[in-house]
Design a protein around this ligand. Structure first.
Ligand code: NOJ
Length: 553
């Protein structure tokens, strides 16, 4: 007997929605988002089609890195609510069939975390070895400095105890030492605590830094990830670790667990993302097609996580300097739009000049690329950025619910953008009433994506479209096929695709009305408008095309 397990690996075709409780919805009028506000918006998220929420850090923090600097891993930041509010939120999300994962930020703590305060108090502190110390640190490699606008070393001298401590990120974020078994156990306890409160897993922050920068060096750094994975699975099967691993494809497979058993369940496809932007900048699908062809296949039950924008800068660090310049010129020519010399601090719609056709095409691409789509709150309505905010905070603006903002009844702690992306131009309430809005497009994409499990589960083949500007791919699973075509340029094109094995089949358009027929010699002509996108399901010549449009897994 074959054991059916498809919804056990629910994450393979999930729709992941990343949000920061602080900026999503204020429920008590103090100007800061909170769990009560978020709970009120669960139905909005569920109707959008979100199946998994990713919560950015919501723990107590001095907030010098927007919550990625934590002082207590075991409770909720009082500005965002109480543990009781968190549990009510979890209960409501589960009631609507949504899972929740949270950021696991254990590469470092805040320097105000009681562990670090104790550790730095003396060289003999029992917690001294929870962090990484050195009398004579190695000279810095400038390429290893993550925030070059603020830091010029990854070592900081601690006057009190006369040694340097390691901080892979800001100097106020000392690295935890997972070389120490007590630290590894504590991390497992943190996971266990939040799993017990209902989480379905974690987005693991800064994974390569977490396992590499430790003392003594772990003989098998990946063994720690494998141990965490085993711990999670023992506690709750089907829970996920979604890793932030921005390394070249050839170095990435070990993070999924090649050779050592399961480690991370999903990894963000940073390389695919950067090449998607290069392709859009050039109106030439070649870089993206190449990345998809070169991308290794993750082990069974693992999955790529696809994204175009996230809460950080749009990093272009894996492209050449010339390629970075092309993207800067196309999507962020001004210096105040760029950051760290390698990225852009903009959201997608402003980068695409607010051109709705282009924006819709970009998201159609995101949802149809093989992998699990991850969106950042506000993408579904096309929110812009606020370049007056500091650094990466430009993209972390309050959610725009209505003409007047609608994020809070009080004085918002963060400014919204002005001009054509201000709340009176871009908001949820208006877009709900507009059948042609981006919000409605997202709902359609999500509905079709969920009904087309071939996209997430299938074997993906990039097709030769004969036009540089067109990316065409097909996904085959269990004898079913979905064919997807995107035009990255602003002129209409007709492409001729060779679809092996589909001679005579109907191709039912899943996004708009229309059916095409594959000829007897396996080819089909597909007309595409400027920035057009089309998704088709193939059905055998004797099956009525309308019966082919829905499928679940
Ligand atoms: C990665 C997070 O995505 C980023 O926002 C944060 O600043 C760094 N980790 C350091 O915590």
């Amino acid at each position: 007997m074959r054991l059916t397990y498809t919804s056990d690996v629910w994450y393979k075709n999930a729709v992941v929605y990343c949000l920061d409780v602080e900026t999503f919805k204020d429920g008590d009028g103090d100007g800061v988002g909170d769990f009560r506000g978020l709970t009120q918006q669960i139905d909005y998220l569920s109707r959008l089609g979100v199946t998994c929420l990713w919560l950015m850090p919501f723990f107590p923090t001095p907030n010098r890195d927007d919550g990625y600097d934590i002082t207590d891993f075991y409770t909720v930041d009082p500005r965002l609510g109480t543990l009781g509010d968190f549990v009510e939120f979890m209960r409501t999300a589960h009631d609507r069939g949504m899972r929740v994962i949270a950021d696991l930020v254990v590469n470092h703590t805040s320097d105000q975390h009681p562990w670090f305060v104790e550790a730095r108090s003396s060289r003999d502190s029992p917690l001294r070895d929870w962090y990484v110390w050195s009398d004579t640190p190695e000279p810095d490699d400038p390429s290893q400095i993550v925030f070059p606008d603020k830091e010029d070393s990854v070592w900081e001298y601690d006057e009190g105890s006369g040694q340097y401590y390691l901080h892979s990120f800001y100097r106020h974020q000392p690295d935890l030492n997972v070389g120490n078994p007590e630290v590894r156990d504590e991390i497992a306890r943190i996971l266990g605590f939040w799993m017990e409160l209902g989480l379905s897993g974690f987005r693991v922050d800064a994974v390569p830094f977490l396992i590499e920068n430790v003392e003594p060096r772990l003989a098998e750094p990946h063994e720690f990830l494998a141990d965490l994975r085993a711990f999670l699975t023992r506690r709750k099967g089907g829970s996920v670790l979604l890793g932030e691993v921005n390394v070249p494809y050839e170095d990435l497979l070990p993070y999924f667990g090649e050779g050592l058993g399961d480690q991370l369940t999903m990894c963000f496809d940073f390389i695919g993302m950067q090449n998607a932007w290069l392709a859009m900048a050039r109106a030439d699908a070649t870089p993206l097609a190449r990345a998809l062809r070169e991308r290794p296949k993750p082990p069974q039950d693992c999955q790529w996580a696809m994204f175009l924008r996230n809460h950080d800068e749009l990093t272009l660090d894996k492209l050449t300097e010339e390629e970075q310049q092309e993207i800067f010129e196309a999507f962020g020519p001004r210096e105040d739009m760029q950051i760290y010399g390698r990225g852009l601090r903009r959201r997608l719609p402003t980068m695409l000049g607010g051109d709705l056709r282009r924006i819709k095409m970009a998201y159609s691409l995101l949802f149809s690329l093989p992998g699990t789509p991850v969106i950042f709150y506000g993408e579904e309505i096309g929110m812009g950025e606020n370049l007056d905010a500091e650094g990466r905070m430009a993209v972390r603006i309050p959610m725009q619910w209505s003409e007047t903002g609608g994020f809070t009844q009080g004085e918002p702690v963060r400014e919204v953008p002005e001009g054509s992306f201000a709340p009176d131009r871009v908001n949820v309430a208006d877009q709900k009433r507009d059948p042609d809005s981006l919000l409605r497009w997202f709902q359609l994409l999500i509905e079709r994506y969920r009904e087309s499990p071939e996209l997430a589960w299938g074997d993906c083949t990039v097709l030769d479209s004969g036009h540089r500007s067109v990316l065409a791919h097909r996904c085959d699973a269990d004898g079913a096929t979905v064919v997807v075509v995107h035009n990255l340029c602003d002129t209409a094109v007709d492409v001729s695709l060779a679809l092996e094995g589909l001679a005579g089949c109907h191709l039912t358009d899943l996004l708009v009305d229309g059916t095409l027929r594959v000829s007897g010699d396996d080819t089909v002509e597909v007309p595409l408008g400027p920035h057009g996108s089309r998704w088709f399901r193939a059905s055998a010549p004797d099956v009525p095309p309308e019966d082919a449009s829905v499928k679940s897994r």
